[in-house]
Ligand binder design. Structure first.
Ligand SMILES: Cc1cc2nc3c(=O)[nH]c(=O)nc-3n(C[C@H](O)[C@H](O)[C@H](O)COP(=O)(O)O)c2cc1C
Ligand code: SF4
Length: 434
């Protein structure tokens, strides 16, 4: 069983003002009201219009426009005559990510404000907040929820198993319907057929906290770049930090001066991409055009050239091996898969095993063939599962093959830049299949 420790290193890099999403001290309801004021009363159609005008997109990884999901749920509820359900996804199954747990611990009321607004948008009669089991968050959210007399929607707090797949939307709906927390093949999407078969609006908790801020400050404020984003930042052996950052902050500001001498950064978490860092002697303004990043590169999808995914950034120092690091993550991802579809049953274990073999430095003559096989298998699993787990795992593998190409060559000659050093990124335990 994986144990979770709530992040204690919570920082703000918000320019010119105090933190917005993440107060440095946890807030109870009266402190929350004193800081933010009460949630404005807005009718459902206007909540959707507000999300549209703000350009709010989901923070759960895929970046889907919020207003479109809301409109689809509302339309399905009207068409079927079923009352909609709202689910706030705070599962955060990725062991290297802590920003959603920090948000729920420090600002539970901002998330609950967002849940109420989302419920208004789709006319929902009930809502759920999903949190990781054994994290203490069920108690925190339940206490927060009890402080809110006269809430617009009844909210139930549910615990999900601390597994990578628990937060995938069909896995979460399956759990809420009394089944296992595993992704499911669904004939109809969750927005039509979710909790108890009702149209279900499912959003990441950070998305809902942004909605609560937009309701107070307006879409123009959000669009003007006054908003912030949460990141979980890993730097070598240091404890991970959860950072609230203004948009477009440089990699060095976000992740510290070690970036200049780093080897690579992992952007977006375990379904993300490795990017090589331009050497300290090279241009600090390295752009994605040359495939590398530098200390001055803005931490945006455009600046880095890859999606920010789950908002996790890991800086890999020179004295670590990227192949070893990736092999450990791929093994974890393969073990966490539900093994229900071909790509996870056959493809991910094969990719993980090949990377595991590459991670052991030993003279080998078949490196070209292994690289070709890995690229082919990554292509074969992409888009073929019932969920996006194979796609994310393949993305990570392919980016590592490119970023750590020289290290793979060294391994094939029996050398490693960090012999015997264990991986720095957490992978929890994954003895059983999902
Ligand atoms: C394997 C897998 C794991 C996921 N885990 C999470 C998670 O822990 N938390 C989360 O918010 N979204 C997770 N997602 C994304 C959800 O399926 C869903 O798209 C998201 O919660 C929607 O929220 P948003 O519209 O606010 O982005 C995961 C997706 C996949 C494929
Ligand atoms: S793709 Fe993998 S993780 Fe997703 S449902 Fe299929 S077996 Fe499960």
């Amino acid at each position: 069983m994986r144990t979770t420790v709530l992040p204690t290193d919570v920082r703000s890099l918000v320019s010119g003002t105090s933190p917005r999403l993440l107060p440095l001290e946890p807030l109870d309801f009266s402190a929350h009201r004193a800081l933010y004021g009460s949630t404005p009363r807005i009718d459902g159609a206007r909540v959707i219009e507000m999300a549209d005008r703000a350009g709010l997109t989901g923070q759960g990884g895929a970046g889907f426009p919020v207003h479109r999901k809301m409109a689809a749920v509302r339309e399905a509820a009207e068409r079927t005559g079923r009352r909609a359900v709202v689910v706030a996804n705070g599962s955060e199954g990725e062991p290297a990510s802590a920003k959603d747990k920090a948000l729920l611990w420090h600002s539970p009321h901002l998330v609950l404000d967002g849940v109420e607004l989302a419920a208004t948008a789709v006319g929902a009669s009930r809502a759920f907040v999903a949190v990781e089991a054994h994290s203490g968050l069920r108690w925190r959210l339940r206490t927060a929820s009890e402080q809110r007399a006269g809430s617009r929607v009844p909210v139930t707090i549910v615990e999900v198993p601390p597994r990578f797949l628990s937060g995938q939307e069909t896995a979460l709906v399956s759990l809420l319907n009394g089944g296992p927390a595993k992704p499911r093949f669904q004939a109809r999407p969750v927005f039509e057929d979710g909790v108890d078969g009702a149209p279900t609006l499912l959003h990441n908790v950070e998305t809902l906290a942004h909605l609560a801020l937009i309701a107070r400050h307006g879409p123009a404020w959000y669009r003007s770049g006054a908003t912030t984003t949460l990141f979980t930042v890993h730097r070598g052996d240091a404890a991970p930090a959860v950072v609230e950052a203004s948009p477009g902050l440089s990699l060095e500001r976000l992740a510290g001066p070690g970036v200049a001498d780093a080897q690579a950064v992992l952007v977006g978490g375990y379904h993300g991409s490795w990017l090589p860092v331009a050497s300290a002697s090279g241009s600090p303004r390295a752009t994605p055009a040359d495939g590398r990043v530098g200390p001055a590169t803005p931490v945006t999808a455009e600046g880095l050239g890859v999606p920010l995914g789950a908002g996790m950034i890991a800086v890999l120092p020179q004295d670590r091996c990227g192949i070893v690091e990736t092999a450990a993550i791929l093994r974890f991802l393969a073990l966490e898969s539900a093994g229900q579809c071909g790509p996870c049953l056959n493809g991910l274990p094969r990719i993980a095993a090949a990377f595991g073999a590459l991670a052991r430095p030993a003279p080998r003559a078949d490196l070209v063939r292994v690289r070709e096989s890995l690229s082919r298998w990554a292509g074969l699993v992409t888009g073929r599962g019932a969920c996006r787990h194979p796609d994310g795992s393949a993305r990570l593998a392919l980016s590592a093959l490119t970023t750590f190409a020289a290290e793979a060559d060294a391994h094939a000659h029996g050398r490693c830049r960090a012999p015997g050093r264990p991986p720095m990124l957490p992978t929890g335990t994954a003895e059983q299949g999902a």
